[in-house]
Each structure stands twice: as structure tokens, then as C-alpha cells.
Design a binder for this molecule. Structure first.
Ligand code: PAF
Length: 275
């Protein structure tokens, strides 16, 4: 595996490669990322990963500065996961001048995660488009754990006619059900034990939805929030939405997904469950 930080060097390296699969990351890699890397091999002869902690998607009070940067360990993991090329730009490689052009996603950016993280998805969409322009992949893989991010990137790719196939990959979980996330590193040992309650609560909600019907949605969402918060969580939202567009469920039987974000101590965890 070779590593490039400049866009020019990356482009030279990839010249003549007709099938490239791409996995963008912000580093601090765990088994979930490595699952994406291994899956990428099915889509291309050349697998490119990127590591870039993207300032544009962090709010002023978020964890940009303390976001774990573990470059050497990440590089070793990528090499063993069969990645061919690592793109690891510095901030001045990717943003040599202040970024004045942005991708402004539609209303979907203001819902759910977007309501709690203003500007987040604008920063994500902008960097993903820029990374796509650098790597020019034929396929790009994203985890379903960041469900809304995946929806937004799919929609951006469709609406801007980008020549890349977006692949969503199932969430990787610990044996206790906890979704793997770089932010799990912030949890104390006691919080780590408590954290699987999030997915367990979503599973209970899913079963009740199936038993009692969609008409009970709001009551069941509120019950789920109360079930978490009585164990010390501070829940931002638990919401049942349509998989296709994350809109409120219509009565015509669209496929549903339950999305959640909740704070355990200082750590904000997100998860989701398709119904
Ligand atoms: O999911 C992430 O790690 C980031 O949002 C991404 C897609 C790498 C963009 O910075």
C-alpha cells in the first residue's frame, strides 16, 4: 500500500486504473471501517481509502480538536485489509485556500442529525464531493450506521449525476450489539457496559411497531426515549422514518427505519435499525 498526501500525486498514481473503489474515513479506524475496505474489493481492482478529519463538518462546540488521530495504527490496519492506496491529505492539501464553494444539501440536511448539528451535512457533502473529484472512483462505500449521511450522499450523487455507485454496508457491531464507532473510545468502562442499551431499545421499539402498528408511532417513540433516559441517557431523538427519504411514515406501507441519537455522559452515540 502506498500513501499520498497531495492531490496531484494521487491522480498520477491512479492514472490508467479503470475500476477504483473508494472508502473515505476520518481515521481512528475500527473493525467497521475494515469491513468496508474488504467489501470494496468486490467492486474494483484498486481500493483507495482516505483519512482526513474534515473541519467543515464539525460545529464550533464539537470535538474537532480532540477527535482521535491515530495515523500510524490506521495505516497498518489498512495495509492488512487489502487497501492499495491511502490518500491522507493535510488540511492545506485539501483546502489550500479557504473553502468558499459548498454543496448545500436540501431540507434533509436540517432533519434529525442536522437539527442537532447545524452545517454538519453541508460539510460532509462538500468534502465527499471533493474527495470524489480527487479519487474519481467508480464505487464508494459508506456504513449504514451513519444512515442520514448515506441518504444524503446517495441523493447528491443522483442529483449531480456523479459517475459513482454508492454502496451502503451493514453496521458492524460488538457481540453485545453496540455499533462500532470511533466515538466509543470516549466511553468510560461503566458507560461501555451501558451503551448497548441504545440498540436494545430500538429492537424493542421495532417489535412494538410490528405488534401494535404504525398508528402508535409517536407513543412508541416517546416510550423508547423514556426507557433510555431513565438509565441516565439524554436523548436527542428516536424517530421512525421512511427508509427512502427519511420523511414521516405515510400510510402506504413504505419500508421504515428507526433512527436515534442519545448522549451517555459526554459521548453522543447514534444508531439505527431498519424495520
Ligand atoms: O463518515 C465519515 O467518517 C465522514 O463523515 C466522511 C464520510 C469520511 C466525510 O468526512
Amino acid at each position: 500500500m502506498d500513501t499520498h498526501s497531495s492531490i496531484d500525486a494521487l491522480r498520477q498514481r491512479l492514472q490508467g486504473h479503470s475500476r477504483v473503489a473508494f472508502v473515505p474515513t476520518m481515521g481512528n479506524l475500527h473493525e467497521g471501517h475494515l469491513t468496508l475496505m474488504r467489501a470494496a474489493r468486490q467492486y474494483a481492482d484498486t481500493v483507495v481509502a482516505s483519512i482526513f478529519v474534515n473541519r467543515l463538518q464539525f460545529g464550533p462546540h464539537e470535538d474537532f480538536d480532540r477527535y482521535p488521530r491515530t495515523f500510524d495504527a490506521d495505516r497498518a490496519k489498512l495495509a492488512t485489509a487489502g487497501v492499495n492506496v491511502l490518500f491522507a491529505p493535510t488540511e492545506s492539501d485539501l483546502y489550500p485556500e479557504p473553502q468558499g464553494y459548498f454543496v448545500e444539501p436540501p431540507d434533509l440536511q436540517h432533519l434529525l442529525e442536522g437539527a442537532f448539528r447545524p452545517g454538519h451535512f453541508r460539510g460532509v457533502a462538500t468534502v465527499v464531493l471533493k474527495l470524489f473529484n480527487c479519487v474519481q472512483p467508480q464505487a464508494a462505500l459508506f456504513g449504514k450506521k451513519d444512515y442520514q449521511q448515506l441518504m444524503l450522499i446517495r441523493a447528491m450523487t443522483r442529483q449531480l449525476a456523479l459517475p459513482v455507485e454508492i454502496v451502503g454496508v451493514e453496521t458492524t457491531r460488538d457481540t453485545d450489539g453496540l455499533a462500532l464507532s470511533s466515538r466509543n473510545a470516549y466511553l468510560s468502562p461503566a458507560e461501555h457496559q451501558e451503551a448497548p442499551r441504545l440498540i436494545k431499545t430500538l429492537r424493542v421499539l421495532r417489535q412494538k411497531l410490528l405488534d401494535e402498528g404504525i398508528a402508535q408511532r409517536e407513543t412508541l417513540e416517546q416510550e423508547a426515549v423514556a426507557a433510555l433516559d431513565k438509565h441516565g441517557w439524554k436523548t436527542d431523538y428516536i424517530a421512525v422514518r421512511q427508509q427512502a427519504d427519511l420523511a414521516l411514515p405515510r400510510p402506504d406501507g413504505q419500508k421504515l427505519v428507526i433512527l436515534a441519537a442519545s448522549r451517555l455522559g459526554q459521548t453522543r452515540l447514534i444508531d439505527n435499525l431498519e424495520v
